[in-house]
Every structure is written in C-alpha cells, then in structure tokens.
Design a protein around this ligand. Structure first.
Ligand SMILES: [Zn+2]
Length: 406
C-alpha cells in the first residue's frame, strides 16, 4: 500500500523505543521502528504521539456565560438557578457561537472526540439542541461530537421535559442523560431515562450526587437497572461525589459492582472542587470520587472538563491535559504508572466511556496528536502543549513551540 505520509521518531503510549507511523487513506497503515520509501515525512523528534484526546463530559450549551449570571454563594443550587435563568434567554445563534468557540479551543488542545450534554426543557426549548446539531456537523472533520439530550432539572416535576427528550432522540440526539438529584423522585427518574435509552437503543449518561453525604445514594439503583436491563458497558456516571465520603471498604464493594456490571465513573475535578465543601467549617474536603480506588477493582474511570466559564465552574479552557494534571495533583499521584492512568483517563479510557476507541494501531483512524512530551506521565506532569494534530490523517491544527528570544 502506498503511504500518504510517515511520522518518524515518535514515542507511543505503552511501547518502548521510537517508532515510525505510516498513514494511508486516513488510517494508521504501518507501525515499525523504521519505514523506508519515498514518502512525505514528519519528524516527531522523540515527542509523544498520542491518540486524539477524548472529552467524555462537557456542557457546550451553557459554556461562557459568566457575563450573564451572578455568583455569590458558589453553590450547586445557585449554579442551577442562575443557569436556568440565563438559558431562558439563549438563542440558537448565541449557543452556536459560544459552543463553536469552546470546540475550537478543544481542537487546539488535541481533543478529537467529545460527548456534550444539551439541556432540553421548557426554558431551553429545542434551541440549544438545534445549535449543537449544527456545531456537530460543521466541525465533524475536526472532532467527533456526541450529543446527549439531558434533563438537568428533573422529569417528574416538569411534564413537558420528557416529550421534548423524545423529540430530540427522534431528531438525532446520540444518547440520553438524566440527573436524579434534581428530581423529587430520583428512582423514578433513573427508570424513565433507562426506558428512553432502551426505546431508542442509545447509551445512558447520569449526573450522580452533588454532595458529600454518604447516605441516600442513587448509584446503587443505576447499577441495579444497568444489570437488569442488560445495559453493561453503556452507562456512564458523572461526579458520584458521595463516594468521596464513604469508608474505604464500602467504596471497594461498590467498585467491584461497577466493574462487574460495566458502569463507568467520570470525575469532573474543576467543578467538584469549586462547588463542594462550601458548608465545611475549617478544613474543606477535596470531595471527588476516588478513581484510583475504583480502577484498582477494575472499574472504568475517566476525568473531563464538564463546564467552561459558567456558575458551575467559573474557569476553563477546554484543555484536557490541564484537567488530567488537576486531577493527578489533587489525588496526590506521583508514580509514573499512576500519571499514565491519569493520561488514559483523557484518552483510551475516556473513549471507552463513550463507546469509542482511542488507540494507535494498524487499521484505526489516524486521529493523532503530537505532544511536546517525552512520555504520557511527562505530558500530565507538565501540562504540555500539543504541537500538531491529524484527524483521519488530515492535518487539523498546528501550534508551534514558543521560543525564548534574546
Ligand atoms: Zn455535567
């Protein structure tokens, strides 16, 4: 097969030494210590060539709205309240413009797949959904976007929302998402979301917990229903912060169930650290799910951005390497293998979380990011910048190294 180009002298995740990667027709066609032949070449210079990064949990619809909201408490209830007020004023063009900005920033940070939530309810109407469908189509050559039709503000308390979710699923939403903690009937909420997922044959994604009280958790019900409905490997749970407040043996027992039933857990460290522990007097807890403990039992884990510049997270740059570093720092990771796990949580494991693959292997799509790092652990430790990316073998961005002058 004739190659379109070759990337030489690359470090690959999980392999020792330097490698050449041959790309043909948008796919990885060859991986070898050296690839001979007259073909355009790129010198990786001993840097890390990674699969495209995977943002498995983000809210494009409500990103970049700090100018429209007031943050006085920094609490979850204030964030939900302020965002509900702001989203009633969202127009399709407004959502499209803000979401596009975040997507372009994500692309420049090496992200090539993304699962975004979109709130669908009487306040948002279908406007945000319409906007994100356009964003998904317009950026498809740079990033694969999944749209999760999401009931942020409950179902049983608002009869209009469920038919709107159905309409979104009929009109191309990729999956359905629920938020039992905002519903007066959390167990019924979980059932309704699973019913919708099964009816349309799509995955389910839940926002679980948002407090540090171990009692009355929704996760066991989600695990039970996943098992009963045969939905293994198709359910992701974001936050799950109550795990941070549980004794070690209780977390181990839940982790074993998560692994056996195929339910994944995503920590959103920027949000969890910002919103939780506000009522603590004195020492403020870290308050996010103990992912390394879950992984040790074989559970699937990932970290993600969640929100960008809104009342849930008044920070953000859609930079997954920064989020992996934030997670590693606050989780007190130091060994190379643990930093490598943090890297997997924004690449291969994040991809599995959303039913995709992110790996560099012969026959896979050439979604490649060259990072200015010597290894995956180095990339996380130093929050390195991506230098260049190829989506399906086509150059999708370039960010030349800065240089000191003088
Ligand atoms: Zn979220």
């Amino acid at each position: 097969m004739s190659l379109d180009f070759v990337i030489d002298n690359a470090v690959l995740p999980g392999r020792a030494g330097l490698w050449s990667i041959g790309v043909a027709a948008g796919k990885v066609a060859e991986i070898a210590p050296e690839i001979a032949g007259e073909v355009p070449r790129e010198d990786a210079g001993g840097c890390l060539l990674s699969p495209g990064l995977v943002e498995c949990h983000i809210h494009l619809d409500k990103a970049e709205i700090l100018g429209r909201v007031t943050i006085k408490e920094g609490t979850l209830s204030e964030a939900v309240r302020e965002t509900a007020r702001a989203k009633a004023g969202f127009t399709e063009e407004d959502v499209y413009r803000r979401a596009s900005q975040v997507v372009e920033r994500a692309v420049l940070n090496g992200t090539m797949a993304m699962r975004t939530f979109v709130e669908i309810d009487p306040r948002a109407g279908m406007r945000s959904f319409a906007a994100l469908k356009r964003v998904k189509a317009d950026y498809a050559h740079l990033i694969g976007i999944q749209i999760c039709a999401f009931a942020q503000e409950g179902l049983s308390n608002e009869a209009e929302t469920e038919p709107m979710l159905v309409a979104a699923l009929e009109q191309g939403a990729d999956l359905v998402g629920g938020c039992p903690y905002t519903d007066p009937d959390p167990t019924g909420h979980v059932s309704r979301i699973f019913d919708l997922a099964q009816r349309f044959g799509v995955d389910a994604d839940f926002h679980v917990d948002f407090d540090l009280r171990p009692e009355r958790a929704d996760l066991p019900e989600i695990i039970r229903q996943t098992e009963r409905r045969g939905y293994q490997g198709r359910v992701a749970c974001g936050h799950v912060t109550k795990l941070a407040a549980m004794p070690t043996d209780a977390v181990d027992a839940i982790a074993a169930r998560l692994a056996a039933v195929g339910v994944g857990v995503i920590t959103l460290p920027a949000t969890d650290l910002f919103l939780l522990g506000r009522d603590s007097k004195g020492l403020v807890p870290r308050g996010f799910a103990p992912l390394m403990q879950l992984r040790a039992q074989g559970a699937l884990t990932a970290v993600a951005t969640n929100n960008v510049l809104n009342p849930f997270t008044p920070y953000g740059d859609a930079n997954l390497m920064r989020i992996a570093n934030l997670y590693a720092n606050v989780a007190q990771l130091s060994r190379d293998e643990d930093l490598a796990a943090a890297f997997a949580m924004v690449t291969s494991d994040a991809a599995r979380m959303i039913g995709r693959k992110a790996e560099i292997a012969v026959g896979t799509s050439a979604d490649l990011v060259l990072l200015d790092a010597a290894s995956v652990s180095d990339a996380v430790r130093r929050v390195v910048q991506p230098l260049k990316g190829w989506k399906a073998g086509r150059l999708s961005f370039e960010r030349p190294r800065g240089r000191v002058v003088g």
